[in-house]
Design a protein around this ligand. Structure first.
Ligand code: SR1
Ligand code: MG
Length: 403
């Protein structure tokens, strides 16, 4: 097979996998299924019927699959993804898939198969509970953000690493779809008719626009830590005793609150959608409580672990300055509120929605979920710069639910 870039067929994916050293035996009987359900890539699941062994081949396409060939997209994102996965794996080996190989010419990453896990978004829609999730994701974010920041790594090496993770095309997707299009009449938006009044109100809300502009500026300019960059519940494989963070192709050096806000926003989007998925009031109430407890625990674990790393492992002598740590953590919290809000708003009427909401068949229930998500999201954006405790975020969700 030629290794000049082209999108692989399933037969070529099988041939490629068969040629990998030390994975499948020569008499393996390989089959392939293309299972990519995301917005951007091909994902081949390759398995050997005889041995039961399997792996994943993920290939970047030179355009955004969700839109088509009219939206070209760099193949370098496959390098960024494989390097980010390997860095994350060195800090949290149990929380990311193992990378076996990366093939630059084909923009192809060979990695561990996680088919015994489910995509977390699906698991939440089915109202499953994951007792270790908050501990896992809190530790993942604390370690990956701390050790890639000026607090946790040599500051000159960090500058070189920032260079390796300049990711302009993927960042532009975020800058447009999260911090621009939802606040004006952009052709990228995808607005259901019944939401037009709510969207018009957002387009006219100057107080909200100021907060979004400030958050956008922070996203554009603050090279604080190596972010995953797209840490929603579709980027997490999960089962009761295991969590695996996947898909860091949007990785770049940005503000920590962007990753934390992504996790919290996607828990809250599921919270907003629960009415549409629930069989009964009691079951829905219990599940919503579980989601809010999880939101609080994610932040609490992140903060506790990050502060412990700061106290024990910092390489920045000025970080011991009294009150600096408290100032820093409060700024991360405030930005987490704002970014979480932006991430909720864009998933309701921007280009790319979420199944937690769009999958609700009953139009009236879907509309209530959408309006609730917009109420929570816009309030978080506006309250962010005054926030001082994660309890305020929980209160915003509760108050919006009874309004
Ligand atoms: C054109 S890509 C649309 C969205 O999918 C990804 O998961 C990112 O969230 C991006 O904004
Ligand atoms: Mg993705």
């Amino acid at each position: 097979m030629t290794t000049t870039y082209h999108a692989l067929t399933e037969a070529e994916a099988i041939a490629y996998a068969q040629g990998l050293p030390n994975i499948f035996s020569p008499d393996a009987v390989l089959t392939s299924r293309e299972i990519g359900d995301g917005n951007l890539n091909l994902v081949f699941h390759i398995s050997d019927e005889k041995s039961g062994r399997s792996l994943i081949l993920k290939q970047a396409l030179p355009y955004a699959k969700v839109v088509g060939e009219s939206w070209p997209l760099t193949l370098d994102r496959a390098r960024i993804e494989s390097e980010a996965l390997q860095l994350q794996g060195s800090l949290c080996p149990d929380l990311v898939p193992h990378v076996f190989a990366y093939e630059k010419e084909l923009a192809l990453t060979v990695m561990e198969d996680l088919s015994d896990h489910v995509i977390m978004r699906k698991g939440l829609i089915e109202k499953n509970k994951y007792p270790l999730f908050a501990k896992h994701i809190g530790r993942f974010m604390a370690r990956t953000l701390f050790f890639s920041s000026d607090l946790g790594m040599n500051q000159q090496e960090k500058k070189l690493r920032v260079g390796r993770f300049i990711n302009p095309e993927l960042c532009k997707i975020t800058e447009d779809l999260i911090f621009d299009d939802p606040y004006r009449d952009s052709e990228n938006n995808n607005i259901e008719d019944h939401l037009k009044d709510a969207v018009q109100a957002i387009w006219q809300d100057r107080e909200l626009h100021l907060e979004v502009a400030i958050l956008r500026n922070t996203f554009l300019t603050r090279a604080e830590a190596l972010l995953h960059g797209d840490l929603h519940t579709g980027s997490i494989f999960i089962k009761e005793d295991s969590t695996k963070v996947i898909d860091p192709e949007f990785a770049y050096y940005g503000p920590m609150g962007f990753d934390i806000g992504a996790v919290l926003a996607n828990l809250l989007l599921n919270y907003a959608g629960q009415e549409g998925w629930s069989a009964g009031e009691t079951e829905r109430t219990y599940y919503r409580e579980y989601l809010l407890e999880t939101v609080k625990e994610v932040w609490t674990v992140f903060e506790r672990e990050f502060r412990a790393l700061w106290d024990n492992e910092t390489v920045d002598p000025m970080s011991e300055t009294p009150a600096y740590q408290d100032w820093y953590m409060n700024r991360v919290l405030q930005e987490t509120f704002g970014f979480a809000g932006c991430k909720m708003v864009r998933r309701i009427y921007g280009l790319s929605h979420v199944a937690d909401i769009d999958g609700i068949e009953d139009a009236a229930a879907r509309e209530r979920a959408q309006r609730l998500a917009l109420a929570i999201g816009t309030t978080l954006i506006k309250r962010g710069r005054q926030a001082s405790s994660i309890d305020e975020l929980i209160a915003v969700a509760r108050e919006a639910s009874v309004a």
